[in-house]
Design a protein around this ligand. Structure first.
Ligand SMILES: Cc1cc2nc3c(=O)[nH]c(=O)nc-3n(C[C@H](O)[C@H](O)[C@H](O)COP(=O)(O)O)c2cc1C
Length: 178
C-alpha cells in the first residue's frame, strides 16, 4: 500500500500537462477481467481468425498465469486539456508528460523494491471506442497502455531486464576537447 501511494504521488510530480491514471487493484480485479473480455471481443471482431486465435491463446495464458499475481494495474491515459477553444498543447507534449509521470512512478516503485512493466496492450483493443468508453476517456484523450506493478520473485526482474548499449553509442557529444 505504501509503495502504491508513494509511486502514485511521485507520478503526479512530473513536468506539466495532462495526466490521468486509473487504478485497478485486487479489490476491483473484476474490472481487469472486464477489460480483458472487452479486448478479446474487439480482437475477434477486428482481426482475421488465425491472428485472433494466436492473440487469444497468448492473452488467455497471461490471464490465468500472470495477471492474478499483479496487485496493481494502471490504465495509462493522456487527457487532452484544456479543451478547445482554449490553447491546446501539442499532443506529443502531452504524451511525453504522461511518460515522465510513468517514469517517476516506475523509479519510485523500483527504489521501494517493487517491479514495474509497461504494456502497450494490443493496439486494436487499446485504441478502440469500446476501450475509450470503458476507461471513461473524453474526446481526444488516449489510452497509452497499461502499467503493471507488483513484487517480483527474487532475481526474476533482473533476468527479464532488457540489455542497454553503451552511452557512447547513444550520445553524439559536441563538446570541445578540454
Ligand atoms: C511505452 C512503452 C510500452 C511498452 N510496451 C511493451 C509491450 O507491449 N510488451 C513488452 O514486452 N514490453 C513493453 N515495454 C517494455 C517493458 O515495459 C520493459 O521496459 C521491458 O520488459 C524491459 O524491462 P526493463 O526496462 O526493466 O529492462 C514497453 C515500454 C514502454 C516504455
Amino acid at each position: 500500500m505504501q509503495t502504491k501511494k508513494a509511486s502514485a504521488s511521485c507520478a503526479t510530480g512530473c513536468p506539466s500537462h495532462g495526466k490521468a491514471f486509473s487504478a485497478a487493484d485486487a479489490e476491483v480485479f473484476a474490472r481487469v477481467e472486464d477489460m480483458i473480455d472487452l479486448t478479446l471481443k474487439v480482437l475477434e471482431r477486428d482481426l482475421p481468425a488465425p491472428e485472433f486465435e494466436k492473440k487469444r491463446a497468448k492473452i488467455s495464458g497471461k490471464r490465468t498465469k500472470d495477471y492474478p499475481r499483479v496487485p496493481v494495474m494502471l490504465a495509462v491515459c493522456m487527457q487532452r486539456r484544456p479543451p478547445p477553444p482554449a490553447k491546446v498543447m501539442p499532443e506529443w507534449e502531452e504524451q511525453c508528460a504522461v511518460a515522465c509521470a510513468v517514469q517517476n512512478l516506475w523509479l519510485t516503485a523500483t527504489a521501494l523494491g517493487a517491479a514495474g512493466y509497461w504494456s502497450s496492450w494490443t493496439a486494436e483493443a487499446r485504441d478502440s471506442a469500446e476501450m475509450a468508453s470503458f476507461l471513461g476517456l473524453g474526446p481526444g484523450d488516449r489510452c497509452l497502455g497499461f502499467f503493471l506493478l507488483g513484487i517480483a520473485k527474487p532475481g526474476a526482474a533482473e533476468a527479464y531486464r532488457a540489455t542497454r548499449g553503451a552511452i557512447e553509442a547513444k550520445v553524439d557529444w559536441r563538446l570541445e576537447e578540454v
